[in-house]
Design a protein around this ligand. Structure first.
Ligand code: SF4
Length: 382
């Protein structure tokens, strides 16, 4: 069975104050060594029965800022992935980029290397908000990057936006959406800004120097986004994701549908499904430790856990509930050998009674109100 490959590139020019990803600010980075480490890890994994003989359905270069890498490095990684695993004919290969780190020739190089979908962290088109978010790029650089990506042959383009930034208004959000759509992406991700522990914004919030928007304002902005994007041709298919019909991100659907994926690189997570459950593991987070381990023996695992059927059932529900279409009750029963109602029983009755979960045509999904309370609903299934 085909699977998805995630490749983590852990460096950025600077660390954004809201970012809790495994990303490290650097002016230079050991690109050749890291590419060799990724290839060593792929070679080792390709020999395992879980992955051996199964072609890749999607590849996603995430970070960090993968667009910092030379297209030749991306090409080396993709050549190795193709040799080790094989590609399905319609493979989706996405690369995340910072608009401030690309130009036409780099984009042509990425396209020639095999990347067929590009995702830019636009975040906003408002210079004040971009500055507040600590972004290194300008709105003009996003416009330029999107235009050059098209000219370089990218037909699939995602733009990331962030909303609920302190000081932002509904009109600002509407303006960002209009600016993004004017660039003709086929996919838009719109994330609610969060203040995660360990980030600079979290520290500033604790010190009382910045205040998140009130919850009601955040909910109103989320409702605005959920209304505005579908109205303009981008139906919502996941809590934070909107796409023209047929242009949903196939890579991320792998995660939300609880299917197997191999993550390589510093801090990358993997999940190998086995029956109803599976095994999950994660790599060394620090790039130097990762590279040393991968180059020594192909593996750089820092931890692992068995996902038993009980845990997997909860994960199946809350991951699939992220999707607008929810999940098919018969798929749940097929995978876990018990009906959803029998398994979760009383736990879900109040969620249906409160109108937060909906049951229609043999499927279960979140209602509009459920979308706003998604995190607390998901907690019921953990
Ligand atoms: S560019 Fe992206 S990954 Fe890098 S620090 Fe900023 S938000 Fe994090």
């Amino acid at each position: 069975m085909s699977f998805s490959l995630y490749i983590h590139i852990p460096w950025c020019h600077s660390k954004c104050p809201y970012c809790d990803f495994n990303s490290h600010a650097a002016a230079v980075w050991p690109e050749d060594e890291y590419v060799r480490a990724l290839i060593a890890e792929m070679e080792r994994r390709a020999a395992e029965p879980t992955w051996h003989g199964n072609p890749l359905r999607t590849i996603f270069f995430g970070g960090g800022t993968p667009s910092l890498f030379d297209p030749r490095s991306i090409g080396r990684i993709l050549d190795s992935a193709q040799r080790r695993f094989g590609f399905e004919p319609d493979i989706e290969i996405t690369l995340e980029g910072n608009p401030g780190t690309v130009d036409f020739s780099k984009l042509v190089g990425m396209r020639a290397a095999g990347v067929n979908r590009i995702s830019f962290g636009a975040q906003s088109f408002n210079p004040v908000i971009l500055k507040f978010l600590g972004r290194i790029h300008s709105a003009d650089q996003t416009r330029e990057a999107a235009r050059e990506a098209r000219r370089a042959g990218f037909e699939r383009l995602n733009l990331d936006l962030i909303f609920a930034v302190p000081g932002q208004t509904g009109d600002d959000v509407r303006g960002d959406i209009a600016e993004a759509i004017a660039l003709g992406p086929d996919h838009i991700s719109a994330y609610n800004l969060t203040f995660e522990e360990g980030t600079a914004f979290f520290t500033e919030m604790k010190r009382g120097r910045i205040m998140p928007l009130p919850n009601d304002d955040q909910a109103a902005m989320y409702a605005l986004v959920r209304d505005e994007l579908p109205r303009r041709g981008y139906p919502m298919y996941e809590i934070s994701n909107y796409a023209q019909s047929g242009h949903e991100a196939r890579h991320n659907l792998t995660y939300w549908r609880g299917q197997s994926y191999l993550g390589i690189g510093a801090g990358a997570h993997s999940f190998a499904r086995d029956g109803a459950g599976g095994r999950r593991w994660w790599n060394e987070r620090m790039p130097a430790r990762y590279s040393a381990a991968a180059l020594a023996g192909g593996l750089a695992e820092a931890g692992a856990e068995t996902v038993d059927a009980e845990i997997a059932a909860g994960e199946f529900v809350f991951l699939n509930l992220r999707l607008r279409e929810g999940f098919d009750l018969s798929d749940f029963e097929l995978r876990f050998g018990v009906s959803f109602d029998t398994h979760f029983g009383a736990r879900t009755v109040s969620l249906f009674d409160a109108g937060l979960l909906l049951r229609e045509d043999g499927r279960v999904r979140l209602s509009e109100r459920g979308l706003e309370l998604a995190d607390s609903i998901f907690a019921e299934f953990v």
